[in-house]
Design a protein around this ligand. Structure first.
Ligand SMILES: C[S@@+](CC[C@H](N)C(=O)[O-])C[C@H]1O[C@@H](n2cnc3c(N)ncnc32)[C@H](O)[C@@H]1O
Length: 329
């Protein structure tokens, strides 16, 4: 998924920095990805550490991260995807509210894809309600649908707006493809909580923090993934984007981000804290250094990194990604 702030291309760098700076064997450590998003960083570490915790306050993220650990038999999974891919479309909520020819006139999907999303999502729900699949399978299928949806959405990668003209990928038919899953069974937990509340109830060895660093609120930018995952079709989609209600993260508010980070670090019962943060974020690198130094030994590394590539951005534009490291007293 082309996710805002995704660390897909930075996971190798993060892994090298973490493994060389902790002074102990990774295999003896627990790892917590507290702002997990797509889970890419946690997934990169999962077979290298003792246990994993994922957290993100968005439901779609909970679904994606849970699906990674699904134990559904691969053959059974693939045959179910074949069945779902062949369903006839129906004119349901997604078609009416978010598709070409739908009553709301929002162009997130071509008409056929809108109908297919409804048909697939309704079928998954029926299978689960009729106990024909368990919760593990249900979450895996919903996650598979979200990833497929993201490939054919008519957006500039985020869902706060749709494009006026259909882009090429949006004209392709939706196709469910099996997701990559954990290849090593380890102890894991997945939460869907506010980071600053959860931090008071967990402890461990390595804490990885990747909070938002500007005003782009994920609840707004990815509202449609939450709507498809929840399929709570009684709500009234709002405005031109057809969004749902959300609360803004403190990390997305310039006046509150500093205090939120300070409190998070203060309450963290972890030996090592790693923080990914961009040089253009609300909190400056020097301020992060100041905050962290109060709690222990601080070091930092950085990497020049291409900006988030929504299709409107200049792909040659770079930014500096910092990985701050605190060894807590
Ligand atoms: C920069 S993204 C993380 C990207 C992730 N590392 C990846 O590679 O996919 C930040 C994430 O923090 C989540 N988030 C924002 N505020 C939060 C909060 N207060 N508690 C928990 N999660 C939060 C957002 O939903 C978003 O998924």
């Amino acid at each position: 998924m082309n996710y805002l702030g995704s660390k897909i291309r930075l996971s190798g760098f993060i892994y090298n920095e973490v493994s060389t700076s902790i002074g102990q064997n990774l295999a003896d450590c627990s790892f917590c990805d507290l702002f997990a998003g797509t889970g890419i960083v946690g997934n990169f570490f999962h077979h290298k550490v003792k246990s994993m915790v994922y957290n993100d306050r968005e439901y779609y993220s909970y679904v994606l991260n849970t699906a990674f650990y699904s134990e559904v038999n691969e053959k059974h999974y693939r045959s179910m995807l074949n069945e779902l891919n062949q369903l006839e479309g129906v004119e349901g909520f997604i078609f009416q509210e978010y598709s070409e020819s739908g009553s709301a006139g929002r162009l997130y999907f071509i008409a056929n894809n809108g109908k297919k999303i409804d048909a697939i999502r309704l079928h998954i729900e029926r299978l689960f309600q009729n106990s024909e699949i368990n919760e593990d399978f249900y979450i895996l299928l919903v996650a598979t649908l979200l990833v497929a949806v993201d490939k054919i959405a008519n957006t500039a990668s985020v869902y706060c707006a749709f494009l006026k003209q259909l882009k090429k990928t949006a004209m392709c038919g939706i196709n469910l493809v099996p997701l990559k899953r954990a290849f090593k069974r380890i102890e894991y937990k997945i939460f869907r909580e506010d980071s600053n509340a959860l931090i008071k109830n967990i402890k461990g060895d390595l804490l990885y923090l990747d909070p938002p660093y500007n005003g782009r609120e994920y609840g707004s930018y990815y509202h449609l993934l939450n709507t498809i995952a929840l399929y709570d079709t009684q709500f009234q989609p709002k405005g031109r984007a057809g969004s749902r209600s959300y609360s803004t993260s403190k990390f997305c508010l310039k006046r509150e981000a500093d205090q939120a980070l300070l409190e998070l670090i203060d309450h963290a019962d972890f030996k090592h804290i790693f923080l990914s943060y961009n040089n253009e974020g609300f909190i400056s690198p020097s301020r992060i250094k100041e905050i962290m130094t109060d709690f222990g030994t601080y070091q930092c590394s950085s990497l020049k990194y291409p900006r988030f590539k929504s299709h409107r951005n200049n792909p040659r534009s770079y930014t500096e990604e910092y990985l701050h490291h605190l060894i807590k007293y």
